[in-house]
Design a protein around this ligand. Structure first.
Ligand SMILES: [Fe+2]
Ligand SMILES: [Fe+2]
Length: 147
């Protein structure tokens, strides 16, 4: 059975790849590719955060009772830290400003890289453990959001 860890980790890898393509296009001055990849990146990252905040973290908190303190609380806080940076990246995309996109992307990755590592090493494995056989049903809810 596919675990929540495996699925979400794979989503991180895909999103990282889109970020690299968007930044490369921005650096090369390829505005068409930048617009396409940057829009895809923002859409996929927002979707990924929604999977976590709307489905996975609430299920974890309900199952473990770790609502006030715990890994999901810290992960939500880090998502909040990403918000203003994502706003600047959205503005860079709208303005087709490659340099601004690159600056935003660099700032975001400073938070996102360690954030993803913490999720992969701690949050997702704890989720799989906490959910046990119910992880499969939760994963179906997550995948429905990717449709
Ligand atoms: Fe996250
Ligand atoms: Fe994540």
């Amino acid at each position: 059975m596919e675990s929540i860890s495996t699925y979400m980790q794979h989503d991180h890898v895909e999103i990282d790849g889109i970020a690299e393509r968007a930044t490369a296009a921005a650096g090369a001055g390829d505005t068409g590719a930048m617009a396409r990849e940057a829009a895809l990146f923002l859409q996929r990252l927002e979707q990924h955060i929604d999977m976590e905040e709307r489905v996975l973290f609430p299920a974890f908190e309900e199952r473990t009772g770790m609502r006030e303190a715990g890994p999901s609380v810290q992960m939500r806080e880090e998502h909040v830290q990403m918000r203003p940076i994502l706003d600047t990246m959205r503005a860079a995309l709208a303005a087709a400003d490659g340099q601004s996109w690159q600056r935003g992307s660099q700032a975001l990755l400073e938070i996102l890289v360690p954030h993803n590592a913490k999720e992969e090493q701690m949050m997702y494995p704890m989720l799989d453990d906490a959910m046990g056989p119910d992880a499969a049903a939760l994963l179906i809810d997550v995948k429905a959001m990717a449709a």
